[in-house]
Design a protein around this ligand. Structure first.
Ligand code: ZN
Length: 158
């Protein structure tokens, strides 16, 4: 497959997740809640997480919000990949994603679908859009205690 076809395929996958997200909504119950905002584009998401009974595994991830196709597709892909992972595994995948957007790493076969976002790394202004969901998830996972509905994370400096 040549580079042009590969880029078209990536765009199709991104548009598909943007138009028909599989993880829109709110988890029930909400064990973790985090808002994220990307001022450079105007993307805003509200991420909700349900943990399993042990509190150490992600049982469900859902999001609400408005933004560009890249931001919305990235968070939908992320939710699909991370449900069922332990918190440590999920944080590990956040690191892989952030590394990929810097051109340093790629996802292994198990998560190769996430490599579609790699195409975005060619466009520096859109990297923050792709990173928004992951950045917000990391904040949600690292939060301890009760979900606080007013909490808010910006990736202005991230
Ligand atoms: Zn955006």
């Amino acid at each position: 497959m040549n580079t042009t076809n590969l880029r078209d395929l990536y765009q199709q996958v991104i548009l598909e997740h943007y138009k028909k997200p599989k993880h829109r909504g709110q988890t029930n119950p909400i064990d973790r809640y985090q808002k994220g905002h990307n001022p450079s584009c105007g993307d805003t998401i509200e991420l909700t997480l349900q943990l399993d009974a042990s509190g150490e595994r992600v049982a469900d991830i859902k999001f609400e919000g408005e933004g560009c196709a890249i931001a919305m597709a990235s968070v939908d892909l992320m939710a699909g990949a991370l449900v069922g992972k332990t918190i440590d595994e999920a944080l590990g995948l956040v690191t892989v994603f952030q590394g990929m957007m810097k051109g340093e790493t790629e996802f292994p076969t198990e998560h190769r679908k996430l490599n579609v976002m790699k195409g975005v790394a060619q466009f520096p202004v859109r990297i923050k859009c792709a990173n928004l969901g992951w950045h917000t998830l990391k904040a949600a996972l690292q939060m301890t205690g009760e979900a606080k509905l007013a909490d808010f994370v910006s990736n202005e400096n991230g």
